[in-house]
Design a protein around this ligand. Sequence first.
Ligand SMILES: Cc1cc2nc3c(=O)[nH]c(=O)nc-3n(C[C@H](O)[C@H](O)[C@H](O)COP(=O)(O)OP(=O)(O)OC[C@H]3O[C@@H](n4cnc5c(N)ncnc54)[C@H](O)[C@@H]3O)c2cc1C
Length: 459
Amino acid sequence: MGRQGSGAGGRAAAGQNTGERPAALPPNAAPCAGEACAAPPSPIRYKAGVLNDISSPWAAVLGAGPAGLMAAETLAQAGHRVVVFDRMPSVARKFLMAGRGGLNLTHTEPLPAFIARYGAAARPLAPLIEAFPPEALMRWAEALGQPVFTGSSGRVFPRAMKASPLLRAWLARLAAQGVEIRTRHDWQGFAPDGALRFHTPAGPALPRPAATVLALGGASWPRLGADGSWVRALAGLPVAPLRPANMGFRVPWSDVFAARHAGTPLKRIALHFRDRTVRGEAVITRDGIEGGAVYALSAPLREAIAADGVAVPRLDLRPDLPAEEVARRLSAPRRGQSLSTFLRKALALPPVSIGLVQEALHGGAAPDALPALLKALPLRLVAPQGLERAISSAGGLSLAALDAWLMLRERPGLFAAGEMLDWEAPTGGYLLQACFATGLRAGQGAARWLSAAGAPGQG
Ligand SMILES: Cc1cc2nc3c(=O)[nH]c(=O)nc-3n(C[C@H](O)[C@H](O)[C@H](O)COP(=O)(O)OP(=O)(O)OC[C@H]3O[C@@H](n4cnc5c(N)ncnc54)[C@H](O)[C@@H]3O)c2cc1C
């Protein structure tokens, strides 16, 4: 997942805000960020009242991220009128941000292994992913003029390694299919008569669609639009608390270590927690650690901290060397060398790794345990980093509350898709794959609903 794999990338991207803040944005909204500025402007301007003048049933899609746009496309292809609403001034900002890391669309591992990545949600998501599997997503991207390639890890990216050309082509196709997009529509919930309640720059709007697809996203990177505020609007429905996923953790570094090593990558390390070992990279931050290897273990680490107040994964600083070889090299006489010179020469360790060993020794580790420290250095994680820096969020609307078409059993005509549903997955393309697959299914469900309501489509 490109940037996902390097925690520093997320923060680097965060530092590149350049745009202005429009007057009528919700409090969470941010100026357009980096590549997000490249989003084409919405082609449709707001016309007060027009939606209530439509005589035949139509569908509303709330949220113009990948899930919502996929639902809208599905509805339009079935011949239905569909209007997409988003609170931001331009669409799909998180998708564009994902493009800053190359846009890891999906993964080519065998489907059973792929589906198992969704953990507890694998069973309900399986039929949806099987109906729109990774190959289908790849063909979809290619049909939009964006050939894809598979990296050595099995991750799939568009050759352009960014999201903007794909999004531009997609929005043009959606416009040609008649999909209307209304930005700066901040959904507040439902009016007592069931109408959708929006704040817009032109004042309140209360359209009444015959079917609604909610695709409002999770709560990570809230300045890109999705902040989880929809939870209030769905009060009474089963929603698991939104928590960070694929995020870094806080580690109580000494001031000296943090000052010297914050921002330094830890390359070619392995991280071990319980029965899992992940090889990869991480980045030391001022107050903790983040990056691909950490994200991969972030769900069990987060749960361990919730249960015990702390999680202690082990860091292998030389995963390519067997423990015996590390012990053999460290058994050589030091000949008056400082510890850091000795470690640098014996094991070719970079300063950041030596700093980690010294942190552990200052924290009470026994000096004669040096070989064990090199292969299994304990890292004391005391808290997950917040949602504002997480790649994705866990929690959301319970899948058990939805039928096979992703319609809320308790709210006929109301569908939901994307990251706002209660599933989580590691980085590697699993997030976008599930957003597209659920968007497709919710769009199909809404199309069926509209057809049953007498709308002129083939849903
Ligand atoms: C830095 C970063 C990199 C990432 N890289 C990858 C990657 O390479 N591969 C991958 O698989 N995943 C990646 N992801 C995750 C992926 O981008 C998300 O999982 C995906 O965008 C979620 O899609 P969605 O349509 O469910 O929600 P979103 O994309 O979040 O879209 C939701 C939309 O709803 C709108 N909205 C929310 N509330 C309201 C409201 N009240 N009224 C009106 N509109 C509202 C928002 O403005 C937003 O446009 C990355 C995420 C981040 C932050």
